[in-house]
Write a protein that binds this ligand. Structure first.
Ligand code: CTP
Length: 398
């Protein structure tokens, strides 16, 4: 992706700097020419030797050294992109005010290329009004900010403020800066997770879906350049999805409404959610107390979202569904492909030890409308997502 691009990676003093080591390695692997600038505080977190080795260039740090003056103006002009990752609170504040007491800040002030910032800090710092104001100011200067993720923080707390993961940063650069990727300009709608159908205020009908497969596909589509909307049921999966538009829903009906609204403007629909097929006819507005020996709950069918989108599908739209089967897998998968007017069906069989709910691996076969089928080995859900998106691109966008 960044093949041939000249990128300056600025590293500031934050524990997230360890991720930048992997980021630099990946950028170089993908063909970018990388020069690393570290603030003095960054050197406490990662070693310049590691970064010099991985970037294949000396790490730049001081405005001056024994050899003379570091030409920050030329550095700023050399680069196609200046990426600061992680951006600490301190450097953010200095950038917002035009401070210039180290090489990274001098290069920032003289850079003529796009500047992308990937902040990292604890949630309380992230939410502080001064941080909000600084971010707003930096954005108003034309800098691009990569949204932070949510999850475990260095403080031991959990919350907002994590630096985006290296693959997400690369996805962001590809998408927003270099405008590359085979799905550039395409809009994708993805469903994931279970749905909860309420019986009364405290009980529901649900299933074991973790949402991991759909989330992995959403990330992969984004990394190939698509703008992604994820309609996500009540999943507990770690949601660190910068740049993906997430719509949280609970019920099949809510998921259907969200999809019906967005599908007409989408190029790609991936229905990975484990939508409840039935929902209670009535939801009690008070907790149901136990009375007799048995209890019956009347259920009615939910709308089949994939089928409904298949009915309205227009020329040029690609629709992909999943089938989770235990018997006559191929026959059932092909029947779903036909009945729901999908273009691709991803079959995962519960008979495969590596496939199924809650697992981190999956084993799939993809069936296409023209009769071709593509079997894959058991792989991690992220690798499976890459296989799915590869196949979709090969059959529809190559
Ligand atoms: N699906 C959907 N809306 C529903 C039910 C299913 O969009 N109300 C989608 C799923 O997201 C998946 C595909 O349909 O992409 C297959 O779902 P599955 O539950 O396996 O199949 P069903 O058609 O419900 O058939 P059955 O339960 O009889 O196997």
């Amino acid at each position: 992706m960044p093949q041939g691009k000249k990128i300056i990676v600025g590293i500031t003093g934050s524990i997230a700097a360890y991720k930048t080591v992997l980021l630099v390695r990946e950028l170089v692997k993908q063909g970018a020419e990388v020069k690393v600038i570290m603030t003095p505080a960054a050197r406490d977190f990662v070693s310049p030797l590691t970064l010099a080795t991985l970037s294949r260039n000396p790490v730049l740090s001081g405005l001056f050294d024994e050899q003379g003056w570091s030409n920050h103006v030329m550095l700023g002009r050399w680069a196609d992109l200046f990426l600061v990752a992680p951006l600490s609170c301190n450097t953010m504040a200095k950038m917002a005010r035009g401070g210039c007491d180290n090489l990274l800040l001098a290069v920032y002030l003289s850079a003529t290329c796009p500047v992308v910032l990937a902040p990292a800090m604890d949630e309380d710092m992230w939410r502080h009004p001064s941080t909000r104001a600084n971010l707003e100011l930096l954005e108003s200067f034309g800098n691009k900010i990569i949204p932070v993720g949510t999850g475990d923080l260095a403080s031991g707390l959990t919350g907002e403020g994590r630096m985006a993961e290296p693959e997400q940063i690369i996805g962001y650069l590809r998408h927003y800066i270099f405008k590359q990727g085979p799905l550039q300009g395409k809009k994708a709608l993805v469903t994931a997770g279970p749905t909860y159908e309420p019986i009364d205020p405290v009980r529901f009908i649900g299933n074991h879906s973790s949402g991991k497969m759909g989330i992995a596909v959403a990330k992969e589509l984004q990394q190939r350049g698509a703008s992604v909307t994820l309609v996500l049921g009540p999943s507990a999966a770690d949601l660190s999805l910068p740049g993906i538009d997430i719509i949280r829903v609970q019920t099949a009906e809510q998921m259907f409404t969200a999809c019906r609204e967005r599908f007409p403007a989408s190029d790609i629909g991936v229905m990975a959610a484990a939508v409840a097929d039935y929902t209670p006819v009535v939801t009690a507005d008070r907790k149901i107390k136990k009375t007799g020996a048995a209890l019956s709950i009347d259920l009615k069918r939910t709308t089949d979202i994939l089928k409904s989108l298949g009915e309205t599908k227009r020329e040029g739209q690609v629709l992909l569904g999943f089938a989770l089967e235990t018997d006559q897998e191929k026959m059932n998968a092909l029947e779903k492909l036909e009945k729901k007017n999908a273009d691709l069906i991803v079959l995962n069989s519960l008979n495969d030890p590596g496939a199924g709910f809650g697992k981190d691996t999956n084993k799939i076969t993809i069936f296409a409308r023209d009769g071709r089928e593509f079997p894959f080995e058991t792989k991690s859900k992220n690798e499976v997502a890459a296989d799915i998106v590869d196949t979709l691109i090969r059959l529809h966008y190559a």
